[in-house]
Design a protein around this ligand. Structure first.
Ligand code: SAH
Length: 497
């Protein structure tokens, strides 16, 4: 055992949407050595944990029994005694029907440092995503959190009379299997049978479902709806607002299955935006951009820059790696002062600006043919150096085919990775998932990283012309955003059936 004692942070992970963990909870999670989590913690929240952390799933059902509480307590203690920074992640809020209190006892006995970070409890947030405000001045002036958990088959000590008399909003946790007992309890206590009811299953997640009913019909409606856990059941007049205020499930992207392909290191705005709109995103880092060690190709270009009239950057990465190597050779952008500079695409143009270069040629139409055409219009002569990936020589080929005197230089290397996700790619495709492509390289990565027999089944939604053409070459069903922007791509995804 280590000398240093670790500590345990009990964190509320919220109901599922990864944006609903608190800022403080996220900060602590990012420092975890060990993450102990249970079934209700979403994989999206877990993915915020640091790389290299140890994960312990204590929500696993073993032989139909959950891991017993004393065992979980011991895991927390032992990991802390090993000197680890332990994060105990619990769905919703750790103290709301979360047995968070019990987990602290053993830590106190052993003098282990701990903290508690509250979380957003599922009942309130699931209802909010269903457009149901838990209180409303016209309808409810109190909220009652009630467990519907059954002990020996019966719901525990619920004072139904007091609940009904309060006229407030009643929120049942763990009430799916005991629904009829709960509703009968309220009816026997004299509740008006027309009182609105709601159930929200998988609240705040891409598979969220909402049922709005009345006390009288709730049990039979829930049966027809095939209500499953986890779901929160709400009773009270506020539930009638759900039809009017629902917003999350009304988004045009809600529950659509979208494969988002991207480079390994890249902040993935598209994934986050789509998840916020309720899409089921299959996040697929399919290409890894690697620096070429000891890049002889770039060294020779840097030595021979004076032999060229023009330098063309085929991508943002080619610009980044070129300038890195240039600097390492104790040179800077002044070494390019005699050259005409070309950039393929806006992001390449923007990258070049970081090094003080405003490219002379960047056709608005982001294709190889348009690029060749604009060189002709600009009457470019002499030697042209093209900086591109080892695996992708399409730009230099196109320029050569158009009669230009071109030498290709290797700026970086691309690795194509297989899908390391819950299911193999073809299962997602067969289940109606579409693929969003933000670059040609991602299309190649998608195809080369997976064995898919029939690419024509894939609905490929592409950000721009070049990406579109690449997907078309693979015979995918192609669609293109109106403008080459993430916003426009999302609009296109919304239109897709
Ligand atoms: N500590 C948790 C509750 C744990 S009890 C919290 O504060 O939310 C487990 C119950 O929480 C489930 O049976 C269900 O009633 C509710 N629950 C948890 N996550 C949910 C979700 N995403 N949508 C709806 N109900 C949820």
């Amino acid at each position: 055992m280590s000398e240093k004692k670790g500590r345990v942070i009990l964190i509320g992970a919220g109901p599922g949407d990864k944006g609903l963990i608190t800022v403080k909870g996220l900060e602590y999670l990012k420092q975890a050595d060990v993450v102990v989590y249970d079934r209700l913690v979403s994989s999206d929240v877990l993915s915020l944990s640091p790389e290299g952390a140890e994960f312990i799933n204590v929500g696993k059902v073993m032989n139909h029994h959950n891991i017993p509480q004393p065992e979980i307590n011991k895991i927390l203690l032992n990991k802390a005694l090993e000197g680890k920074n332990v994060v105990r992640l619990k769905g919703g809020d750790p103290f709301v029907f979360g047995r968070g209190g019990e987990e602290l006892e053993l830590l106190i006995e052993n003098n282990i440092e701990y903290e508690v970070v509250p979380g957003i409890t599922s009942a309130v947030s699931a209802l909010a995503y269903a457009g149901i405000p838990v209180t409303h001045r016209d309808f409810a002036s109190s909220i009652h959190f009630v467990t519907g958990h059954a002990k020996d088959g019966l719901v525990e000590n619920i004072d139904f009379k007091a609940l009904v008399a309060s006229k407030g909003t009643i929120l049942f946790y763990m009430g799916v299997s005991t629904l009829s007992q709960l509703i009968n309890g309220l009816i026997e206590a004299g509740i008006d049978k027309n009182t609105p009811c709601a159930a929200v299953e998988n609240g705040t997640r891409s598979n969220m479902r909402t049922l709005i009913s009345t006390v009288e019909n709730m049990v039979s409606d829930a049966e027809k709806f095939q209500l499953r856990s986890p779901a929160v059941i709400a009773v009270g007049k506020v539930c009638s607002l759900g039809d009017k205020f629902a917003w999350y499930t009304k988004s045009k992207i809600f529950s659509k299955k979208i494969i988002v392909t991207r480079p390994v290191v890249s902040n993935n705005i598209l994934t986050d935006r789509l998840k916020n709109l309720g899409a089921e995103v299959i996040d697929y880092p399919c290409i890894k951009i690697n620096e070429i060690e000891n890049n002889e190709s770039l060294f020779s270009l840097i030595k021979n820059l004076d032999k060229y009239n023009m330098l063309v950057f085929a991508s943002k990465n080619s610009a980044a790696y070129f300038f890195k190597t240039l600097n390492e050779n104790n040179k800077d952008s002044r070494a390019l002062s005699h050259l005409v500079i070309g950039a393929l695409g806006k992001s390449t143009y923007d990258e070049l600006k970081k090094y003080g270069i405003c490219a002379d040629i960047m056709p608005a139409d982001y294709t190889f043919t348009a690029f060749a055409k604009s060189l002709k219009m600009a009457e470019i002569h002499g030697n042209i150096a093209v900086l591109e990936a080892v695996q992708d020589k399409r730009l230099s080929d196109e320029l050569k085919n158009n009669g230009f005197n071109v030498t290709s230089y290797n700026a970086y290397d691309i690795k194509y990775l297989p899908l390391d996700y819950i299911k193999p790619m073809h299962e997602y495709i067969d289940n109606g998932a579409m693929a969003a492509f933000t670059s040609s390289a991602a299309v190649h990565g998608f195809v080369r990283g997976n064995k898919i027999d029939d690419l024509s089944k894939i609905k490929a939604v592409c950000i721009g012309k070049l990406t579109y053409e690449t997907a078309l070459n693979y015979k995918m069903k192609v669609y293109m955003a109106e403008k080459p922007t993430i916003d426009s791509l999302i609009e296109k995804l919304k239109e897709m059936e």
